[in-house]
Design a binder for this molecule. Sequence first.
Ligand code: TXA
Ligand code: MG
Length: 357
Amino acid sequence: MAAAVVEGCDGDARDGREVSDTRIMAAGAAGVAAVVGLWRAGGVAAFPTETVYGLGADARREEAVRKIYEAKGRPPGNPVIVHVGDPGEAKLCAERWTALAEKLSDAFWPGPLTMILARGASITPLVSAGRETVALRCPRHPAALELLRAFGGPIAAPSANRSGFTSPTSAAHVLAELAGRIPLILDGGSSEIGLESTVVDISGDLPTVLRPGAVTLEMLRAAVGEVRVVDSTLQVTDVAESPGQHSRHYAPRTPAYRFTVAEWPQVKMWADLHAPVALLCHDDSIHLAAPSETMCMSADAGRYAQTFYAALREADGKNLAAILVQMPKDHGGLWAAIVDRIRRATEPFVVIMEAQR
Ligand code: TXA
Ligand code: MG
């Protein structure tokens, strides 16, 4: 039912329109006031950030944060990021504000960096799903900053999608995921970055990247020296330090597989046998004939990141037999985050071949 409504929406949701009790408002004064009003009343509302859209509620109130988990169908063990309007507000959310936190916030806030620190007493433990730590981020989207500063307190906000599925990069995507489950979406246009923030744990001795993002490993090392990275290809059964690290996450509903250029001849044969399928590639030499759909991605990492989730969503909406995603050759800089999200959204193509053996 919600899906049918969204189809007509076409990424261009109109201001004030109500769909299944979920209202979309433009990111102006009235919209900001409406979101802040809901947050003050202990409710939830979705809002734009430069990475992906978030579903926010007051991080100090357990009953407000519980509504986020309910709307998303999020497992209670998966902690949520707390958003703040400035570093001063962040200090109130952490038990200790360290020299490293100061350095990183100076270098990358407002922006797509989330830092994990010891949790302060004002934050409800539900935000951290029982952990002693809290994830803090100051986003740079102007509407997000305006909301957070007008609210004047910490806002817990995971990505505004049903748990385990693709993060939303537009108000229409949020509607497709959460229509009828949340009262309001603030429409701030398409997300500038398109992938979730970099998550770095600075609660221990050595800064550790738990999730790669637009603040790259190279950028972090240039700012603070030694930085460790957690392998993002953990299997679902592994115990992950950060639950979003489970290898199947951010996934479309259609079976999705990734492949390297070297595997293409085999992939093409399989695709021709199982057509129509959707192909996401960024290499001119790779193409499938109709009835399969070839979706050309950019070879530029910034543009690729911006459009990846929207492309996955579009491919998913076609209800084809499979989605096939070409892996980038380059794994450095922002490509590391793209490779990580492709891995979480897909299984390796060899899995199909092994199953058929
Ligand atoms: O870009 C973003 O970070 C977006 C926007 C809305 O800001 N938010 C987002 O939130 O992606 P979410 O909840 O979908 O992802 C949060 C990630 C998860 O992998 C979660 O496990 C991890 O951060 N996380 C949160 N608190 C943590 C903690 N205390 N310790 C370890 N990991 C934590
Ligand atoms: Mg998420």
